[in-house]
Design a protein around this ligand. Structure first.
Ligand code: ZN
Length: 269
């Protein structure tokens, strides 16, 4: 074998090894197998950097009551999430757009526009639980891994092995995964599996935090009605979070088990 072939074979072997090792990752709560080429530490580091960018770009709301409401619900969900390495912060952003997200590392952003739909604390807990679930389940890392595999093939392995977040390609797919880049042309949408998982884990977190998980049902029903309104461009959030009848059915199907296992238990505490 000439040198080039040897190198190619070595890289391929390395890529397969890395994929095998990382593919063994299991999602928290559900135990689903995940392909993760990015370490949780790398994701957190990118999340903390991105949080600073969001804070520079966006304006914190002056509505002290609503901001405190977001913080209180967030802190209770954070206790339920039991993630000691996260540096939790809960920000209410003054912007009339339906949006909320949680970056890896625990920085949570809720936009005032979504409060018009999440009017009850149970509904706000549902949306915050859902977004926090995406971070805990490392869905961004999963989407980044898929994008890196598609864009870079075997090279993705060297990133996984530590070239890390300083690599511009990694930073770029991170922005795409979270929709926070300045010149981001498209978002990497959540898969249906991830959305359904975030709904389920979000309900578990909300219920463990003492909120009625049925808040998820009324929330997504309102989202559905909102996106069905004529003459309205649906916000980016709803294109990555379709409020479909299937989703509502899926939530309904999972609700009973979550209520019985987590919420009713809470009532005794
Ligand atoms: Zn989602």
């Amino acid at each position: 074998m000439n040198r080039q072939w040897k190198r190619a074979a070595l890289l391929l072997g390395l890529a397969l090894l890395v994929i095998t090792v990382w593919a063994c990752a299991k999602a928290a709560y559900t135990g689903r197998n995940q392909l993760l080429l990015i370490s949780e530490g790398q994701e957190t580091q990118l999340g903390l950097q991105a949080a600073q960018d969001v804070m520079k770009k966006e304006k914190e709301s002056n509505d002290q009551i609503q901001a405190e409401r977001v913080r209180r619900i967030g802190r209770r969900i954070a206790v339920a999430a039991n993630k000691p390495d996260y540096k939790w912060e809960f920000h209410l952003i003054e912007k009339d757009t339906v949006n909320a997200f949680c970056l890896p590392g625990g920085k949570v952003f809720v936009y005032t526009g979504i409060l018009e739909l999440a009017t009850t604390n149970d509904e706000l807990a549902a949306i915050m639980g859902h977004e926090i679930a995406h971070a805990l389940e490392r869905h961004g890392g999963e989407r980044m891994s898929m994008a890196l595999m598609a864009q870079m093939g075997g090279q993705a392995a060297s990133i996984a092995l530590g070239a890390g977040s300083a690599n511009p390609a990694v930073a770029q797919v991170f922005s795409q995964a979270y929709g926070i880049g300045t010149q981001v042309g498209f978002l990497l949408p959540h898969s249906r599996t991830q959305e359904s998982e975030a709904d389920e884990v979000g309900m578990i977190l909300a219920a463990k935090a003492g909120y009625e998980p049925a808040g998820a049902l009324t929330l997504w029903q309102k989202m559905d009605a909102y996106s069905a309104k004529k003459g309205q461009t649906p916000p980016a959030f709803l294109s990555t979070h379709p409020a479909s009848k299937d989703r509502i059915k899926d939530i309904q199907a999972k609700m009973g088990a979550v209520r019985a296992k987590y919420f009713q238990q809470q009532l005794l505490n």
